[in-house]
Design a protein around this ligand. Structure first.
Ligand code: ADP
Ligand code: MG
Ligand code: MG
Length: 875
């Protein structure tokens, strides 16, 4: 029979898949002999069963759970539901990958009126007993019955007002008792039933709620952003309570063994005396820095520091821990490899190598490539920031610089951003409901909350700049305005925030690009040592090419030549070509473009210093180049010596019902070979010129024919290319080599890749078009319906962001295999947007591509991901 429930003493850290991260680490800490409250884990397989069984916990699993409660009772000598000596537990979720704040926890479960009355009397601490009870009702109602936190918070606020106090801790036992009764009444009015008194019913309800929460919208969004499959499920941990709310000798806290924002090797964290659970991060009171625990409770502090060392050495990584002190006794409630900013990740990895704790290979493997993105984002211009006068300062919660228009709700952030506005989300504090808005914002500014508040943790995870806890702000969320430094800010006003200093500025401050050096450089060097997959860049301009080169690009994987045609001095010549009636006229127009195009290519070869440059010939449908404005049409008519009506007729003639599948790509070169001939001359002449200047570079231009679906169309275009190129080379007396290849972006090309490889010297997978043609929907329109596909679990990811390995991947793999059959040394690359996505990079490594190509800023990410793919494959 399948085992679904494990005592902490039965597990270990390798059992993540079954026990989830939290459960596996609780088990590991238990076996290390650390003070962990007793408990057990209901496995992720039980979660899967719950869904398979139609959202029910089967009888056999329920029985196993209750047997494990009995085991706990034996060890602790307490009893579930007992009035004299009650066992109270927490019910906590924990998936394989940590999903902070995604699933909700219930504390103090097992209480009812009778138990709490006795506990209040017997303990001599009625305030504690009633505090536990009111918290339990609150959390259970919210998490299990989805009543909504706000009703309870409102009651607490009313009670505080009535009593003339400002903080929860100032409420007395009687106040809390009255609150508990109000809460139960609230529960009854919302649910219709009495609050459950049977601990077993409470327990099963709570476990079910955790399983159910795996499928809540927040969790689904988080999973999609973090590549966590829905099929994994979550485990549930049931653990005896440690009480941090027993009075002034109790407390609770969170800490990191190193600073998660900077990586500095120094204990970092916060604690609150007489508090429980999320109080520290929820911002109900301002927590104290962990150092102060040394004064408050020296022995506990020393013990905690020792445990920190032990855990860090054991996991060989920075740990993020939760602890509770119950009447001077320390309990460990969680440890995990801590989330950190990209800068901290790099520093910690390098430090751990220098400390001899890990190898450089392990350092490469431990950094999340997606995280690097934030380091590659702009920072404030140093001169401008020096001159700027901050209007406020708060916690530097997540580094980076952001400038944008103020918005006050997550919905507004999402909406404004979708319209192309850059926004700063300003909130009292954030909660998991705000995730999508936080993602859409350039930066986040909160009025409340510390370094471990929701806003801070989530922003660091996303690499978004965040300044938190700015209590100087006088907030009026309802009317969408706030006051700071004597000025009122309304929705749409521009502010700038610096997540590295915590400074807030009025107005816009210019930003500059980041550069890689120091620790970043060290990690990149190590990555380069291990990876075999090359990394190129998609670049159409010398500036992009230079930037990518500085970030480590080993060539250009895709230069989209049409991007060079939109500049004002060129668009006229292109239009002239489009409006030509004869080949001669067209050639005359193209001749104007040729020197400009040649100049572009020369600059690209220069930037790449002899490395491969892959140039794709004209790809988009011609209608993209024609004017739409009346005055531009008139102008064109004049220069072409045609009437306006004639020009309009030409434009109308370019209309297509489905331009993405229309007259574009190599089809243009089939109709107008003179376009391909002009581009070939520009490519070849540029290469000859730059080779003359740099005889030590071995420039081998790669000419890429797009949108091929049939070998004969490639052969047709290639003939023009080869004849033109060879004539140029001969005329110049050069011995320049060049390659002609194709993009594989039409399913038919993948299916007939063995044929295509007879003509193509290289393939580059254009996975944007290949995805859209394989799925049969366009990436410009998919946004309209993909949400319903996510909601219904039909697709878990956007196939344009992360390659669909099952379908599109199968075509890629097939094309690689077929291509190699015909031409064993064929060069294989990828140049879609996917090229910079780490999971796609891993896929590309595994199917044996020569290189991936991605936008300049993603080059370091791809380098790291390529190294990780190799390290993983070698294992
Ligand atoms: P999350 O994954 O959101 O951090 P947790 O399950 O870790 O959720 O718990 C939420 C809060 O409750 C944390 O502050 C945690 O330390 C506290 N907590 C959980 N279980 C217990 C327990 N058995 N005793 C005391 N506090 C607990
Ligand atoms: Mg936790
Ligand atoms: Mg394409």
């Amino acid at each position: 029979m399948m085992k679904y429930v494990y005592q902490f003493s039965e597990g270990n850290k390798e059992m993540r898949n079954t026990l989830g991260g939290k459960g596996a680490n609780l088990a590991e800490m238990t076996s290390l002999g650390l003070p962990v409250p007793q408990g057990f884990t209901v496995s992720t397989e039980a979660c899967t069963r719950y869904y398979d069984d139609g959202r029910k916990i089967s009888e056999d699993i329920e029985k196993e759970i209750m047997e494990n409660i009995e085991k706990m009772e034996k060890v602790t000598g307490m009893k579930f539901g007992d009035v004299e000596n009650p066992l109270l537990v927490s019910v906590r979720s924990g998936a394989r990958a940590s999903m902070p704040g995604m699933m909700d926890t219930i504390l103090n479960l097992g209480l009812n009126e009778e138990v709490v009355e006795t506990l209040a009397k017997k303990s001599g601490n009625p305030r504690w007993a009633w505090d536990c009870y009111r918290r339990f009702i609150q959390m259970y109602s919210d998490v299990v019955m989805e009543v909504g936190k706000k009703y309870f918070e409102q009651l607490i606020d009313e009670m505080k007002e009535k009593k003339g106090v400002t903080q929860d801790v100032e409420l007395t036992a009687d106040d809390l008792k009255e609150l508990a009764n109000q809460f139960k009444a609230e529960y009854k009015s919302k649910i219709g039933d009495d609050f459950p008194t049977d601990p077993k019913e409470q327990l099963m309800g709570a476990i079910k709620a955790v399983f159910r929460s795996w499928d809540n919208p927040r969790a689904n969004v988080y999973r999609r952003d973090n590549d966590i499959p829905y099929s994994w499920g979550t485990a549930v941990n049931v653990q005896m309570m440690a009480f941090g709310n027993m009075g002034d000798t109790s407390g609770t806290g969170v800490a990191f063994t190193r600073n998660p924002a900077t990586g500095e090797k120094k204990l970092f964290g916060e604690f609150l005396m007489n508090a429980q659970g999320e109080d520290v991060v929820a911002g109900v009171r301002t927590p104290q820095p962990i150092d102060q625990l040394k004064e408050v409770m020296p022995e506990v502090y020393d013990q905690f520091v020792e445990i920190c060392h032990k855990l860090e050495n054991h996991y060989r990584d920075m740990q993020d821990m939760e602890f509770t002190i119950q009447d001077k006794k320390l309990y460990m409630l969680q440890t995990r490899n801590g989330k950190r900013t990209a800068a901290a990740a790099l520093k910690i990895a390098c430090d751990l190598v220098d400390e001899g704790m890990i190898s450089d290979k392990e350092a490469v493997a431990m950094i999340d490539p997606r995280n690097l993105d934030s380091l590659l984002h702009p920072q404030f211009d140093a001169a401008a920031i020096k001159k700027a006068e901050p209007i406020g300062k708060a916690l530097a919660a997540s580094p980076g610089a952001a400038c944008g228009k103020v918005v006050f709700t997550a919905e507004d952030a999402k909406e404004w951003a979708s319209r192309g506005d850059k926004v700063i989300l300003v909130r009292l504090e954030t909660s998991p409901e705000d995730i999508e808005g936080m993602k859409a914002a350039q930066g986040i500014l909160t009025v409340r909350g510390g370094m471990t508040s929701h806003a801070a943790v989530v922003a660091r995870g996303m690499g978004t700049c965040c300044v938190s806890g700015c209590s100087a702000i006088n907030m009026d969320e309802d009317n969408k305005k706030f006051e700071l430094a004597g000025k009122t800010f309304h929705e749409g006003d521009v502010i700038s925030i610096d997540g590295s200093t915590g400074n807030i500025y009025d107005g816009a401050i210019p930003t500059v690009d980041a550069s890689i050096g120091g620790e970043f450089g060290r990690i990149m060097d190590w990555a380069d040592k291990y990876r075999t997959l090359q990394v190129r860049t998609n670049a159409d301009t010398p500036d992009d090419a230079k930037r990518a080169r500085a970030l480590g690009a080993e060539g250009i994987g895709l230069c989209r030549t049409e991007h060079m045609f939109f500049e004002s001095d060129r668009i006229a010549a292109i239009r002239e070509m489009i409006c030509s009636d004869t080949v001669e006229q067209r050639e005359k127009a193209l001749a104007k473009l040729e020197p400009m195009q040649q100049g572009d290519f020369e600059a690209l070869y220069e930037a790449m210093e002899g490395d491969g440059v892959n140039i794709r010939f004209l790809d988009p449908p011609l209608h993209e180049f024609v004017p739409t404005e009346e005055k531009d049409i008139e102008q064109l008519a004049k220069t072409q010596g045609k009437t306006v009506d004639e020009i309009k007729a030409i434009i109308a003639g370019l209309h297509e019902f489905n331009p993405m599948m229309g007259h574009r790509g190599c089809r243009l070169a089939v109709t107008y070979p003179e376009i391909a001939a002009m581009q070939t001359r520009a490519v070849i002449k540029a290469a000859i010129n730059v080779s003359k200047k740099h005889p030590d570079w071995n420039i081998v231009p790669e000419i890429m024919i797009p949108l091929v679906g049939e070998v004969k169309e490639l052969a047709f275009v290639k003939k023009t290319v080869v004849e033109t190129a060879d004539a140029e080379i001969k005329a110049a007396g050069s011995n320049l080599k060049y390659k002609v290849g194709t993009m594989i972006e039409i399913p038919r090309a993948a299916l007939t890749a063995d044929e295509i490889a007879k003509e193509a010297e290289f393939f580059s997978f254009g996975t944007n078009d290949l995805t859209q043609m394989t799925f049969g929907f366009s990436r410009d329109d998919a946004g309209k319906f993909l949400d319903s596909y996510y909601d219904n679990k039909i697709y878990e990811n956007d196939p344009f962001a992360k390659i669909d390995q099952v379908g599109v991947g199968k075509l890629v793999k097939m094309a690689c295999d077929l291509g190699k059959q015909t031409r064993p040394d064929i060069k294989l690359g990828i140049c879609g947007e996917h090229g910079g996505d780490p999971s796609t990079v891993e896929f590309c490594h595994n199917v044996g591509l020569t290189y991936v190509s991605c936008s300049p800023f993603r080059v370091p990410i791809a380098r790291l991901a390529a190294a990780q793919a190799k390290i993983k494959a070698d294992k």
